[in-house]
Design a protein around this ligand. Structure first.
Ligand code: GLC
Length: 538
């Protein structure tokens, strides 16, 4: 049997770059496209297959680029369209695919479409956004809340109506019940696909359609005071509406008109709802992002449970994926600790499905505690009294070396967010020179994945019964088997990894000091150790 897994987005590893924070070539303290180009050797050396760039478009930066004022250009802060074309060309020459962030749900309030829309009630673009009259006794039309705190409605004095913004008031939501808006989105996709972009990560794709009757959302029974306003309600009218699937199918048809392009949708939903975004007949997202590793507590038993339930919920032919970190969530080395971050990386790179890795996680970067006067993220600034809402800590500059600004920007320039205090010790240059570093582990794992058919094409089976903080699973392909045993605890653990095989060849340990034949009956894992073992030939 040969594998039917053949697309680059199935066999490859995706690496997310937050352009503001990756590499500053222009010397203004903010990363840019020429900076990414400078670091292409590094990116290639990681053994990844695709880079996804968070938004690079013109934007007033109210939400750091997720508020777009022109969908078909590059923000001068990041470079020019010519720089972007060069990046695509150079990346392709190295076999790296380029995925752009597509942000269709909302534009910037400075986008010409919105400026027109708000100009008058009878402007032809009025219906491109979501305008409603005030409630009968005044105030917002309904109880919908913004993800960043407060009402999701802003009043426009000049025209006497409210417009909807599920995020900042500077990010008005587009109206995808209007076919002209869908068409404009499809045109944007063509623009970038024609320039050679390999795919899109689609921002908040599950929010793109809202209830046609604008009903109030019911209270959430689990809401606790002091939590974000958005948690007050159950989102049955602002999320996951049936008609969104029509829009996604239209997007998919555009992609299918080109060779080997893809989209991965940002969707925070439980598995049974998430799966509907593959589409009946697999005609929607190539992959709906699977965020469970980000959302769940770090424990062997919990991870085992979510891997099994994910595998069981996947539709026939639906290709799995796993995400360990992104620009909206606390970093893995902070959530799980530095030692466990190595175990987590082994998990990410050996599970069945496409892994997505967040920049800096490959060297073990942690969240940076940022003094309040230096906060940048509007989600944090608008909800200052709620702990953990700022996303600045996971967005700090990439740590390249031990020089004054960590090699991110010139030494006399202030980076847009502070550097991690430990950057002298945790950086690419230092880790290059340490054979046991996280960086070397990352490269070892990506190389192993690339060279081991079972890890890419193989089936997945959870093996050991849960209970002792260890998760063991098997990846198998054409009679070849690889076992992965992960110790989620800081204590030594002994496990029976295989009933069928008494010994195997250790291919790699997270500690990078253990290889070769070993007994599996039982197998001893050191504290925070994960190992990959070949049983039989691989
Ligand atoms: C997505 C992005 C996040 C952004 C929001 C609004 O969740 O990942 O960074 O703030 O959408 O665009």
């Amino acid at each position: 049997m040969t594998s039917d897994i053949k697309h680059w987005w199935q066999t490859g590893i995706i690496y997310q770059i937050y352009p503001r924070s990756f590499m500053d070539a222009s010397g203004d303290g903010v990363g840019d496209i020429p900076g990414i180009i400078e670091r292409l050797d590094y990116l290639t050396s990681l053994g990844i297959d695709a880079i996804w760039l968070s938004p690079i478009y013109p934007s007033p930066m109210a939400d750091f680029g997720y508020d777009i004022s022109d969908y078909t250009d590059v923000n001068p802060l990041f470079g020019s369209l010519a720089d972007f074309d060069r990046l695509v060309e150079l990346a392709h020459a190295r076999g790296l695919h380029v995925i752009l962030d597509l942000v269709p749900n909302h534009t910037s309030s400075q986008h010409p479409w919105f400026l027109e829309s708000r100009a008058s009630r009878d402007n032809p673009k009025r219906d491109w956004y979501i305008w409603r009259d005030p409630a009968p006794h005044g105030g917002p039309p309904n109880n919908w809340q913004s993800f960043f705190g407060g009402d999701a409605w802003a009043f426009d004095e000049a025209t006497g109506q409210y417009y909807l913004h599920l995020f900042l008031k500077e990010q008005p939501d587009l109206n995808y019940r209007n076919p002209a808006v869908v068409e404009a989105l499809l045109n944007t996709m063509h623009f970038w696909l024609d320039r050679g972009v390999d795919g899109f990560r689609v921002d908040v794709i599950w929010l793109m359609i809202k209830d046609e009757q604008f009903r109030d959302e019911p209270d959430s029974p689990t809401y606790q005071p002091g939590r974000p306003d958005r948690h007050r309600h159950q989102h049955i009218y602002t999320e996951d509406q049936v008609m969104v699937h029509d829009v996604i199918r239209a997007m998919r048809r555009v992609l299918d008109g080109y060779e080997e392009r893809m989209m991965v949708g940002e969707i925070y939903l439980p598995y049974e709802r998430l799966m509907t975004y593959y589409g009946t007949g697999l005609d929607e997202c190539h992959m709906p992002f699977n965020f469970q590793l980000i959302e769940s507590p770090w424990s062997a038993e919990i991870v085992r449970g979510l891997v099994d339930s994910y595998e069981a919920a996947l539709p026939t032919g639906g290709w799995p994926n796993w995400v360990l970190g992104n620009h909206d969530r606390s970093r893995i080395a902070t959530r799980a600790g530095r030692e466990q971050a190595r175990v987590a990386m082994m998990l990410l790179l050996t599970l069945r499905g496409t892994p997505t890795c967040y920049y800096g996680d490959e060297i073990g970067m942690v969240d940076v505690d940022i003094p309040v006067e230096k906060w940048q993220d509007p989600a944090g600034l608008q909800q200052k009294d709620i702990k953990g809402e700022s996303r600045d800590p996971e967005r700090t500059p990439m740590q390249w070396d031990a020089s004054p600004k960590a090699g991110f920007c010139p030494s006399d320039v202030e980076p847009w967010l502070p550097l991690a205090p430990d950057y002298h010790a945790v950086n690419v240059a230092v880790e290059e020179g340490e054979p046991g570093s996280m960086l070397h582990l990352f490269r070892r794992l990506t190389a192993l994945r690339r060279g081991t058919l079972a890890l890419v094409h193989g089936s997945h089976r959870s093996l050991n019964a849960s209970g002792n903080g260890v998760y063991v699973y098997e990846r198998a392909y054409e009679g070849k088997r690889v076992l992965v045993a992960l110790n989620f605890t800081a204590e030594e653990r002994t496990v029976e990894v295989s009933a069928e095989t008494l010994s195997g060849d250790i291919l790699v340990s997270t500690h990078l000091d253990r290889e070769g034949p070993e007994s599996l009956s039982p197998l001893t894992l050191r504290p925070n150790e994960g190992i990959i073992v070949a049983v039989g030939e691989v």
